[in-house]
Design a protein around this ligand. Structure first.
Ligand SMILES: C[S@@+](CC[C@H](N)C(=O)[O-])C[C@H]1O[C@@H](n2cnc3c(N)ncnc32)[C@H](O)[C@@H]1O
Length: 147
């Protein structure tokens, strides 16, 4: 519906599948991305491995994802999980370690923690029921360097 509203219905198609076992051929995409979803997926090596498999050599994997911060365990409910059973946060260090091991080369990594804390602090003050976040949100753009 949103796609139609912004006039992109003839250019966008949707497929539903499992992120750790994608119904797509090797190297079929110029760009792949994840947005606020990797924290719900336990098998990170398989997830990132699938990102690497489906993006073409020289393509880009971009992510915008919450990651584990210094305060552990996190407080619940979190925006993505009512309890610990469906949250699988990795630290930025761990993510940045595994991506190169899978064949990616990091192009850019932006820590948005401070921006997020300011925004959530504003929301927290406006609505006292909002849980104070204890995670970091980071953003990176990682081109595939399989060649
Ligand atoms: C926190 S929600 C975020 C959804 C969306 N990215 C957003 O920002 O609104 C995480 C989503 O990941 C989906 N998910 C969890 N494991 C998955 C998997 N293995 N493959 C595909 N999606 C998965 C969940 O069903 C859920 O819809």
């Amino acid at each position: 519906m949103l796609t139609s509203r912004v006039g992109l219905a003839d250019r966008v198609s949707f497929r539903q599948g499992n992120a750790i076992n994608r119904p797509f051929p090797d190297g079929g995409f110029d760009r792949v991305w994840t947005q606020h979803s990797t924290m719900n997926i336990a098998e990170k090596e398989r997830l990132f491995g699938e990102m690497h498999r489906v993006v073409r050599p020289g393509g880009v994997y971009a992510m915008h994802e919450p990651m584990a911060g210094l305060v552990q365990p996190i407080h619940f409910p979190a925006p993505w999980a009512r309890d610990a059973s469906i949250t699988f946060l990795w630290s930025p260090t761990r993510v940045r370690g595994v991506l190169p091991a899978l064949g990616f080369r990091e192009a850019e990594w932006v820590n948005e923690r401070e921006v997020l804390l300011v925004a959530c602090g504003r929301r927290h003050r406006a609505n006292r029921t909002w849980a104070r976040p204890t995670w970091r949100r980071r953003c990176c753009s990682v081109p595939n360097c399989r060649r």
